[in-house]
Design a protein around this ligand. Sequence first.
Ligand code: NAD
Ligand code: IPM
Ligand code: MN
Length: 364
Amino acid sequence: SQARKIVILPGDGIGPEIIAEGRKVLDAINEQYNLGLSMETCVFGGAAYDETGTPLPESTLNACRDSAAILLGAIGGPKYDKAPRELRPERGLLGLRSELGLFANLRPALLYPELAAASSLKPELVAGLDLMIVRELTGGIYFGQPRGIEERNGERVGFNTMVYSESEIRRIGIRAFEIARQRGSRLCSVDKMNVLEVSELWREIMIDVSKDYPDVELTHMFVDNAAMQLVRAPKQFDVMVTSNLFGDVLSDAAAMLTGSIGMLPSASLNEAGQGMYEPIHGSAPDIAGKGIANPLATILSVSMMLRYTLKEAEAADAIDAAVAQVLAQGYRCQDIATGQSEEKVINTTEMGDAVIAALQVGVD
Ligand code: NAD
Ligand code: IPM
Ligand code: MN
């Protein structure tokens, strides 16, 4: 893959709106820090289905394979919910994750102090919140066979299979322990071992991996309790590691602790360090086309791309600092506005512009 090529996938709904702002920031940082990145935009998701009849065209997949990193907006929408399942935008996304082997999904939930009032929890419960959810992304019930809807005993049944191999559990476990070691050295593995055999194996392998990480404290929690603990006392967590579906659900819940799902970025990494970067939210059909979507999750995903794949920590720090600065200046999109008088409620493009302005002030 080309070391400096970035593929951009705007997608559907608010995807193109938030990607325009992420792209602005990426272009600005590329110039400021002389990163030598080249950008290529490809069609993906519902937009690709409309244009080519498939959500993940061969040309897009090849461009992604050939890239260092991918920046994705969001895909999907009600328009596509009646399309054959294998041609829906979501299948394109799962296909891309699977084809590139992006098994490690990092979803950091960080509270910017200025957004404490926007959190759905009381400020004292979230002050200083800094949690990392490590979600397995290419296995589990999302991909298990058999799956389908079929006729049995005169009625239809729907079925999916939750399956993990030892090696799949081990590699996400190793990734999570490595991340925990770089942070607060506490890892909570979330499973449903009291009911599911697949979770019994998950827990056994996590314990086995932990033997190589005596410096990291491993704990276990059932997923129902974890959901409750996340909204009861979220600061008890440092790093959480969990399976594909559990991680999907828990990360949307964690997002609200930080003020809005419009704030949460993500990285999806493979063994080679290649990554796809995207906000954890979807295409938000209810606000698409209105120009009010919060682009900060996408802009923070650009920062994660610089940090995790391109190893440009200084440039990543500059973006994080610029985001902190615009929030400190009182700029808010609607989703993170609370009605306080010092807030300046702005739209999607104005938020992108504010981050660019903060970046330029931050430069010597
Ligand atoms: P969603 O995340 O799109 O929206 C949930 C709620 O959050 C909506 O009220 C929306 O307006 C709000 N929201 C989301 N992002 C926002 C932002 N940046 N700024 C302000 N508000 C924001 O979830 P959904 O409604 O359940 O799903 C809509 C579509 O998106 C579905 O087709 C789904 O499959 C798809 N989806 C795609 C991805 C992805 O591309 N990675 C992720 C999740 C959902
Ligand atoms: C996400 C989304 C996807 C998922 C869907 C759109 C396939 O919800 O990225 O969190 O479930 O992984
Ligand atoms: Mn999700």
